[in-house]
Design a protein around this ligand. Sequence first.
Ligand code: GLN
Length: 197
Amino acid sequence: MEKPLRIGVLALQGDFREHAAMLRRLDAAVVEVRLPGQLDGLDGLIIPGGESTTIGKLAAMYGLDDAIRAFRGAIFGTCAGLILLAREAVDGTHGQPLLGLVDIAVRRNAFGRQVASFEADLEVEGEPEPVHAVFIRAPWVESAGPGVQVLAEAAGHAVLAREGRYLVAAFHPELTGDTRIHEQFLDLVREEQGVRA
Ligand code: GLN
């Protein structure tokens, strides 16, 4: 039998439990990450949704910001996680420095008050059937560098994108029963292991 992938979920704040449950359904070994040393030996890492300022502040307090920058595996950021991975937040509302690992500029709470939370069926690159997506005070990708591949859009803006070993989603694939986006991430983790081997 294939060795299970070891995937960390940053467990400082936000909906890390839902990500962990999804990963277990896909037979990954899950590690809740609260300290830098817990990144050792992981094949991949998920940064969950929540409040990006809070997660960023706590990560900096525990030295996890630099540890994540030094981490060599694949990383998946959802919602607040997408914001933290970005190079820049364009609205200037983010007091905390971002990890700056993905060449995207993001707009926080981009969909506006009226549609603060909504659901939509998305056409996703590589998926023959649409993916039902849950957006909660979601950001969108305002602009992206040439190395970024847009995998899905909503309201004309990128909401799922990949740059090398990084995957980012503005929505919450961990909140539906649909495992396909997490499966795409685990494929990326395996791909990245192949590159590093
Ligand atoms: N609006 C939140 C932020 O800016 C993100 C919301 C979410 O992760 N669901 O951090």
